[in-house]
Structures are given as C-alpha cells and as structure tokens.
Design a protein around this ligand. Sequence first.
Ligand code: IMP
Length: 439
Amino acid sequence: MPAVAVIGAQFGDEGKGKIVDYIAWKYNIAAVVRFNGGSGAGHEVVIDNRKFSFHQLPSGVFMGKKLYIGEGCVVDPELLFKEEIDRLNTENIKPDLHISDNAKVVFDFLREIDAAEENFRNSHTSKQVGSTKRGIGPTYGFDVARFGLRMYDLVDEEKLRRKLPALIRLCQGYLKSLGSNYLIDVAKTVEKYLEFGKKMKPFVKDVRREVNDIHNNGRVLFEGAQGTFLDQIFGTYPYVTSSRTIADGVYGGTGLRIDKAMGERIGVFKAYTSRVGAGPFITRMDDGMQKIVRDKGDEFGRSTGRPRAIGWPNLVELKYANERNSFTGLAMTRLDTFAGVDPIKVCVKYRDEHGNETDEVAADVERYEKNKPVYVELKGWGELEKDGWARIAERGYEALPKEAKSYVKFVEDYVKVPVKIISVGADRKSTIETARLNI
Ligand code: IMP
C-alpha cells in the first residue's frame, strides 16, 4: 500500500511528532519507521494532558503500532533505556520496538568526542555547530570511516570484545588531539556495553525485510528527524546534523526498495520559524518579538533545554525544501501559537550583499547568510478565548479566522503545494485536514 513520509521542512522542531501521531491514528498506520538521526531529536506527544518526550523511539508508542528504527539511524543504548524504555515500562507500556541490526551504535565516549569537537571548533574556528552533544556526528563519522560498530556487533559478545577495544584506542588518540583529557577505561566500557548488548538483543533484527513486507499489505509511515535545513548534504553545512533528513533518506535509511510506492511526502512547517544551535537564520525576529512567541509556544529544545531562536515565516526556504523533497502536501503547525501577532512579516525573497534580489539558497553558507529578507506584510489573526481553537478544529477549515485562511492560501500559492493539514494545538483533536491523504 502507498506509504507516507513525514519530513521537516525547516530547521527541525516543526511539530513532526504531533503530525505523525495524528496520521498514525487517523489512517490506520501499521508501522512507524525512523530512517535517520539518533537521540538528538526530540518529539513530543501529549496524551490526556501528559507530555511525553521521545528521542529515539518513533512516535506511535501509545497506539501499539509496530515501531522500527532503520539502518540510517544511530542508536544510543544507554540513553534509549534511561530516557525512554524504562520510563514507559514504569507506566506499564511495552513498545513494540524493532531495531535494525545494521544501525550504528553510539557509545558514551562518542558523546565525549562530540563535546570535545565543539570545544575544538570554538578554539580553532570560533564557530561551533551547536550540536546536541549526544554523539551523533562522531558516530556517523566513525561509521563512514569504517571503524564504527553496528547493532549486530553490540549483541554478539565475541564481536564486541574484538572490535570495541580498537575503536576505543582510536577514539582515545582522537580525544587527545582535540585537547581533551577524558580517559576511556577499555575493560569497563566493554563490560558496560556487553550488558547493553544483552538488553538490546530482543529488539535487534533485519528491519529491511520486515519493512518491505509490511509495505506489501499495510500502511507504513516514515518519520523524519530534524529538518531539511539540517540535512548533511543539502542543509546549511557545516551547521547541520550528520544524517540525511530529507525524503531520499527514507530509502537509504531503511532499505525500502525504490520501486515501493510513496503516496505522500508531507512537509511539516511551523506558521513561523525556529532554529536551535548555530547557523544562518535570515528571518530572525527582534528580541522582544522572539520572546513573545518563544514563551507562548514553549520554544525550548526538548533534548537540550536551549531556548530556540524565533523567526518570521520564510517562504524562500520553504520553496527550497519543496525542491529537495517534492512534497505532495504540507502540514502547517502552530497556527494557534502565532495568533495575536499582527502584522505578520512573510519573507518572499532576499536582497543579496550586492543589493540584488534573489531567491537562491546558496550552498556556501557564508554567502547565504549575507542575504537580507524582503518581507510582505499580511494581516494577523487574533487570539481566541480558551478552547476556541479546539472548537474551530471540530468545525473544520472554513471556521478558521479569515486572516489565517489568507495566510494559508498565500503559502500554497507561493510554494505551489497544498496545505493538507493544519495544526491548532498540541493534541490530536486540534487538527484540521483540508484534503484526505492519498495513502
Ligand atoms: P547534532 O545532530 O547533535 O550533531 O546537532 C547538529 C545541529 O542540528 C545543531 O544545530 C543542533 O541544534 C541541530 N539539531 C539536532 N537535532 C535537532 C532537532 O531534533 N531539532 C532541532 N535541531 C536539531
């Protein structure tokens, strides 16, 4: 059956978790599959007014869906248990989790390297990436260099004992060259991860085959982590994550056969923009305006607690995201959070350093960040009384304030992709569908 991919169209934190949860519930999705990233991601789901933050687990835990972590992902066994599985177990929830034997293992010392790399960048280039320090970059890096360990190594005592000491030796030297004094205890680390290998074993398997099999008879949802502008190749390099965040990562990150139908590629974007970590952010609001939206929307990183920078809507970037992902539909989130802001400044092009108009998203980030935004002002929509948005969601699209509908239409006309889902609150019910998904 046609599958659906849910992809971040901005800098991550677009509200993908909520959209995934909604689609999984509404469309009888059989399996939710992650294809990229690791514990740096933060997806939040609100069930019965209880907030759950997930980092590595795909959304859909509460619906008893089959959950898959594909080979494009890095998995940190220590944080997976500590932050997610153990908490769910205390609530008597046992996720139906399956992890690719080919996914990459994040070790504690790779987190140390992540932090040491940031310090090194700070001292030698004065430009940090703003990484989540969860070992994502170093794990992918050592994997590409063919020194990393995969899940099949972690769950096999002989392999772990043979391969892990070599990686540690290499990493110890690397830590030193980064200026870090951190010492890795080889024996203790091997023993620690042997224990995690035992705990992980029941989850580890050939996810490639299972996902392709499920796709034959059921609906599969591929859940992206981070967003298009954090893609390792097409994002604002080097201020990016180390995995493929865009739609083509679905195939490379799960082993889904390329002739398998994808019914929808849904690009999720917030009514405004936000960014956490370093890197260009052309439509950044002034501090006062940022604070208003940040406080109202609780815009703080789920994995790191860092305040997110807040910006005006940027349609130049949304158009670029569509060019990289070929979205079949968009999902706009946080329409309710943006209420009360008037006028809304919408970026429709840039003025480059020579004063010329452009809509190019330059690969060279130093050139890209010199662009100045050119805005069109649209009328904002007002605040509603308590439960106002939930009541609108019940009545559907036509019930939205007319200014909000004009904004939606403006985005659709610019990007030339229909907005199929509009989210006006954190829970499932606060969702408006303007068109049925083709899945
Ligand atoms: P890393 O993935 O931890 O190496 O971080 C690289 C960049 O991606 C940094 O700017 C992070 O702040 C950003 N980043 C990583 N994960 C997320 C996410 O889930 N949402 C938003 N930004 C993220």
